[in-house]
Design a protein around this ligand. Structure first.
Ligand SMILES: Cc1cc2nc3c(=O)[nH]c(=O)nc-3n(C[C@H](O)[C@H](O)[C@H](O)COP(=O)(O)OP(=O)(O)OC[C@H]3O[C@@H](n4cnc5c(N)ncnc54)[C@H](O)[C@@H]3O)c2cc1C
Length: 475
């Protein structure tokens, strides 16, 4: 293994037999290992198989080494070791990347999941959060003070990958993307330096990390602005039978397009285990002000539109709402999706979606609309690396299955649905919802911001050390 070779047993034959890491060892390894505050797990060691897993069970990669860092120094020394030993570097926080970009074959995974410190300054409504926190852990810590910032819909997702790519969530239309709520980041760059980036320090780098993903370095901590959230908030849920779905989808679109910023209305096509298909809308009112009656009144048009099979308004805590769909996205199942932005959901798109959804290969498959716009759209496109702010909906078929023998049919179904909707899309895509789809699609995610991203990449990572991501190629 890595360490035995590095320690130099003097027995070449024996070392070669033991080198299951596939890297041939590195002279600096022993010093690196001794300096680490966290833990190294080498290929072949006990615990390796659990350590190499990521959220998507369809990803099966075998890194040479997993470095569980516990502080920024660990991150910096692992970057330096990775570069010196010419190993590919993958960065993993929550491990949720669909395409498995947070792991690799034969390289190093720099894992931040043990860095979970969070400090909340309730008076100034600020939080410093280490990169290993997941959304549920972050929300719990800030909600002790009645505060939150925009985070996504699945508790298990990492705050790091989500924020660096943009960050949609129920608070987004009111307060902007997760990355719009950043005051600063602490980041280890490709040369192993720890920098503090904000509007005043390394402003180009700060611009790039707000949407540009992990291209510019490894963020070890985020400084977020927080906002008050009510102790309980109304969530309107409406379920429509398949034969009502067309009309209901058009009603949903009309409601969502003119909804105030306080309302986030997401929707999905779903199938019950019985095989019965439904259209489901879930809309919440996150406004900190106003009476509960007024908030319910703002949601009521959804209850009164169409002919729902079931419709109600419940008052729930913010945490209950944030974790409501956790069970849908269990770790280890097989997943594939392909996303695009829509400005409107026109009748032609509805017909194309219903037609393609009806061919879903298994009941767990979904078609999702995530409601964006509002405050997100009022930030100028050039203000941060995140582009595509004028869209109102992110739309994606989401295939979920368990048997590897079913891989092809699920992926083909999702791609087919995506193609059917393509004529109605803006052409843009959310970088965090990209799979391995090639350079053109990365450009589609960044639009006019792409050229500046290349310039920032050339400044901070000219050798493309951080390339296992939606890559901005410095060349
Ligand atoms: C079930 C599910 C629900 C989701 N819901 C939402 C949602 O509601 N809103 C939304 O916006 N997105 C959502 N996403 C997409 C999510 O934002 C991305 O998958 C994101 O990359 C996950 O972050 P992570 O830290 O878990 O990912 P990881 O897989 O750990 O990392 C993803 C990428 O981010 C980079 N990265 C990770 N950590 C760091 C770091 N500390 N420094 C630098 N780069 C780093 C790496 O380049 C890596 O390739 C969802 C994804 C899933 C699977």
């Amino acid at each position: 293994m890595f360490s035995r070779l590095a320690a130099g047993t003097g027995d070449k034959m024996r070392s070669e037999r033991q080198d299951t890491s596939g890297n041939g060892g590195h002279p600096g390894f022993e010093a690196f290992r001794q300096a680490m505050h966290g833990q190294l797990v080498e290929r072949g060691e006990p615990g390796y198989d659990a350590a190499r897993k990521v959220w998507n069970g369809a990803i099966d990669r075998r890194p040479a080494l997993i470095a569980y860092c516990v502080d920024a120094e660990d991150v910096a020394r692992t970057v330096r070791f990775g570069r010196a030993s010419a190993l590919a570097i993958a960065v993993r926080s929550g491990g949720h990347n669909l395409a498995g970009l947070s792991t690799c074959n034969d390289g190093i995974v720099i894992d931040l999941s043990r860095m979970k410190r969070i400090d909340v300054d309730a008076g100034r409504r600020l939080a410093r959060a280490e990169a290993g926190l997941n959304l549920g852990e972050f929300d719990q810590a800030t909600l002790r003070h009645g505060l939150a910032t925009t985070m996504g819909v699945n508790s298990d997702t990492g705050i790091a990958g989500l924020t660096l790519g943009g960050g949609f969530g129920k608070l987004g239309r009111k307060y902007g993307l997760s990355c719009d709520n950043l005051e600063a980041v602490e980041i280890v760059t490709a040369d192993g330096q720890l920098l503090h980036a904000s509007a005043h320090e390394h402003p180009d780098l700060f611009w790039g990390v707000r949407g540009g993903g992990g291209n510019f370095g490894i963020v070890t901590a985020f400084h977020f602005r927080l906002h008050p959230v009510p102790a309980r908030l109304p969530v309107c849920t409406a379920l429509y039978a398949w034969n009502q779905a067309r009309q209901a989808m058009l009603h949903y679109e009309a409601f969502a397009r003119v909804a105030p910023d306080e309302i986030a209305a997401d929707a999905a096509l779903l199938t019950q285990p019985s095989g019965e298909r439904f259209f489901s809308v879930s809309a919440c009112h996150v406004g900190p002000d106003g009476t509960e009656d007024a908030k319910q009144a703002a949601l009521r048009p959804l209850l009164e539109s169409g002919n729902p099979a079931d419709a109600r308004i419940d008052f729930v805590s913010y945490l209950q709402m944030q974790s409501a769909s956790d069970a849908l996205f269990a770790r280890g199942r097989r997943y594939y999706w392909k996303a695009q932005f829509l400005r409107q959901i026109v009748a032609g798109a509805v017909d194309a979606i219903l037609d393609a959804y009806a061919r879903a290969p298994s009941p767990a498959c979904l078609l999702v609309f995530q409601h964006v716009g509002g405050a997100i759209a009022r930030v100028p496109d050039a203000a941060t690396a995140y582009a595509n702010r004028s869209a109102d909906f992110d739309c994606f078929p989401l295939a979920i299955w368990d048997d590897p023998a079913d891989d092809d049919k699920h992926r083909a179904w999702a791609r087919g649905l995506w193609e059917a909707v393509r004529p109605f899309s803006t052409g843009g895509v959310y970088a965090n919802n990209l799979g391995e789809e090639g350079a053109d699609r990365v450009r589609a995610a960044y639009g006019a911001n792409h050229a500046r991203l290349v310039a920032v990449k050339r400044q901070y990572d000219p050798d493309n050390v951080f390339r296992l991501n939606q890559n901005i190629d410095p060349a």
